[in-house]
Design a protein around this ligand. Structure first.
Ligand code: SAH
Length: 253
C-alpha cells in the first residue's frame, strides 16, 4: 500500500513536476490543501478522481479517508503546496500511515521561495555577497527554537526567505533590524506565480508600511538580503573565459 505526497508547486499550474502531473492524472482520490493550493493545479486530475479539500478535516479524518481508499486498492495522492518538505505538516501523516503499513513516496515540488526569487529576477547566492540561503519563519502557533530566532539569523546578513510571517511584518522588521541596516533591500512577493502575483519592494525601514498599505497579510514570501540589490557582487568564475574546469578548457587571455 502506497500513497504519493506530491508537491503542487507555488501556484502556476505549469510549475508542477511531470511526475506530479502524471500521478494526479492517474489518481482516484486527491486530498489537497485547499487553503494554499491553487485550484488551477487540479486541471491535471483525471475526470473520475474524487477531490477532497483537507482544510475542513483534522489529521485523524484525513488519515481515515486516505487509508480507506488505499486499502481498497485506489490510487491516492496527497497534494501539498510548493515543496512538501517545507512547512508541509507531512511528517505526522507519513508516520501514522507507516504505522498502519502504508508507505509514502514524496514527489518534490517547486517551493514558493524559488518562485519568489524568480519573480524578482534575482539569484539568491550571489558571489561576493552571500553563498547562504536561510529558510525560516517567525514563531506563530508553531514555535521556533530560540537558537534560530530571526534576530540571531539576521546577524549572518545572508539571503533570507521568510515564510508564514507577513501577517507579523512589524515584528519581522524589528527582528531583522538587529542584523541588517535600515536601508537593506526587502521584497515581499504575494502569491508568487499566480496570475494575481504582487511584488512590493522597499528598504527595511519602510517595507512594513508598504505591506500594510498594500493590504498583504497572507500567502507571501519575505525576501531580504544584499542579493536583491547586487551590492559588491563579483560574477561567478564558472563562465569566465579563462576559467578551466572539468567540462571546459579555458581560453588564454
Ligand atoms: N510547502 C510550501 C510552504 C507552505 S507554508 C512551499 O514550499 O512553498 C505556507 C507559506 O508559504 C505561506 O504563508 C507563504 O509564506 C508561503 N507561500 C506559499 N505559496 C506562496 C506563493 N505562491 N507566493 C508566496 N508565498 C507563498
Amino acid at each position: 500500500m502506497k500513497i504519493h505526497f506530491v508537491g503542487a508547486g507555488p501556484g502556476d499550474a505549469e510549475l508542477i513536476t511531470v511526475k506530479g502531473a502524471r500521478l494526479l492524472a492517474d489518481a482516484e482520490l486527491i486530498v489537497y490543501a485547499g487553503s494554499l493550493v491553487n485550484p488551477d493545479i487540479l486541471c491535471h486530475a483525471g475526470p473520475a478522481a474524487r477531490l477532497v479539500d483537507s482544510a475542513g478535516l483534522d489529521l485523524d479524518e484525513q488519515i481515515r479517508l486516505m487509508f480507506a481508499a488505499v486499502k481498497e486498492g485506489r490510487k491516492v495522492v496527497r497534494l501539498h503546496t510548493g515543496d512538501p518538505a517545507l512547512y508541509g505538516a507531512i511528517q505526522e501523516q507519513i508516520d501514522v500511515l507507516a504505522s498502519r503499513g502504508v508507505s509514502c513516496e514524496i514527489v518534490p515540488g517547486v517551493s514558493s521561495y524559488s518562485a519568489a526569487a524568480a519573480a524578482v529576477g534575482r539569484e539568491l547566492t550571489l558571489p561576493g555577497v552571500t553563498q547562504t540561503v536561510i529558510i525560516t519563519r517567525l514563531a506563530g502557533r508553531t514555535s521556533v527554537p530560540e537558537k534560530e530566532s530571526l534576530r540571531k539569523l539576521a546577524s549572518h546578513r545572508a539571503s533570507m526567505c521568510i515564510f508564514l510571517s507577513v501577517g507579523m511584518i512589524d515584528r519581522v522588521v524589528e527582528e531583522l533590524a538587529a542584523g541588517y541596516t535600515p536601508d537593506a533591500s526587502v521584497a515581499v512577493v504575494e502569491k508568487a506565480s499566480w496570475p494575481e502575483q504582487k511584488i512590493i519592494r522597499g528598504r527595511l525601514d519602510e517595507i512594513a508600511a508598504k505591506v500594510h498599505a498594500a493590504g498583504i497579510d497572507k500567502t507571501a514570501m519575505i525576501l531580504v538580503g544584499g542579493f536583491l540589490s547586487g551590492e559588491s557582487f563579483s560574477p561567478s568564475r564558472l563562465y569566465a573565459p579563462e576559467f578551466s574546469h572539468g567540462y571546459r578548457q579555458g581560453k588564454d587571455k
